[in-house]
Write a protein that binds this ligand. Sequence first.
Ligand SMILES: C[S@@+](CC[C@H](N)C(=O)[O-])C[C@H]1O[C@@H](n2cnc3c(N)ncnc32)[C@H](O)[C@@H]1O
Length: 389
Amino acid sequence: MTDTEILRANFLDELARSGTISDPEWQAAFRDVPREAFVPYYFTQRPGQPGWLLVERPRTEWLAGVYSARALITQIDGNDDNVTLARTGRVNGVATSSSSAPALMALMLQALDTHKGHGVLEIGTGTGYNTALLCHRLGSENVTSIDIDKSIVNRARERLATFDYFPHLETTDGTGGCPSRAPFDRIIATVGMARVPGAWIEQTALGGKILVPLDLAGRAGLLALLTVFEDGKAEGSFLPDFGGFMPIRANQHQANDVFSTVGDDDGYTRETTLHANLATNPADPFEFFAALIVGGYDWLGFIPSDGGPAETWLTQPNGSWVCHVTEANGKHAVRQGGPVRLWDGIETAYREWQELGQPARQRFGLTVRDGRHTVWLDQPEGPHRWGLV
Ligand SMILES: C[S@@+](CC[C@H](N)C(=O)[O-])C[C@H]1O[C@@H](n2cnc3c(N)ncnc32)[C@H](O)[C@@H]1O
């Protein structure tokens, strides 16, 4: 076996072991479609160093990254010149396209529950790797994929053609779907959405499904699997897995300039019993609920130069902010300012989540009707419902 074959074999074993890819047809797709053909380069960051570096074939590091479990960033700031610039130094900017983490792709493709003859619309073509997996499973003629970025679509088209895959690709804003190819049996979004566009529901066949990652300003990572009903309602539960995706470009939130948000407001300080991690760590079982209840928020860690304790700052676009510190004695304090007391909201959400028995994300679901988004616990008409903030 060559080094590449060994890496690919380990990659497939790892996907099978993780349990995300038990369906033999999806296993075959991952086996037959090599990720390396769709990710000839990617950007990476070194811990503690600013900016992005380029890693590209034929380097050993490149291939190891391709066959790792990682999402790989393939575009910065929507500008392809950054690839050339990064060959000679670091570039700065926001990630605007990537090849998603393979285990996340696998679990989403499986959850999509596709069957022979199904027509599928993918939002966010990116590298074309996920499109290729869909073509392998369903045949190119049944696959439509759209992306807002023309050069991304063109590159994906070339890569897909080398495998004799000729799906319908279009450069267009994904929020409008692809009316010329509707109705679809399945819609899968590989980009984070604050809301489920009405066009997607209209373009899904009755009984068809929409799988969409909800992005609440970078928080929550909820994967909603919705079924479309006759009355134009789309409804279903969240998957048990965390599914964080980069936001759709219109919602691309820049790293928040915390200190301009705070301005001259000194804020109001008090003790709290909660650790900041509860609200900032996606692996914490409460984090998604905080974001659902108070709306999305950005956060960043900050180490003051005066030797004070590490600070965790949370901010919302409305200018509300929190500075959370944990003192050496283990006590926590928050200073908050702006129009809404954000930490008060997070504490209230935490109490509510405790009273509900700390339900996991898959006990929640979403109903979308006439643009209204309602999150519910256990059943759509049950007593616990919240409008999406
Ligand atoms: C995480 S990547 C998709 C990964 C891709 N499915 C793959 O396998 O490589 C997200 C993609 O969504 C695209 N995107 C962002 N905003 C969009 C929009 N408004 N409409 C359509 N695509 C959009 C980006 O250009 C990016 O290529």
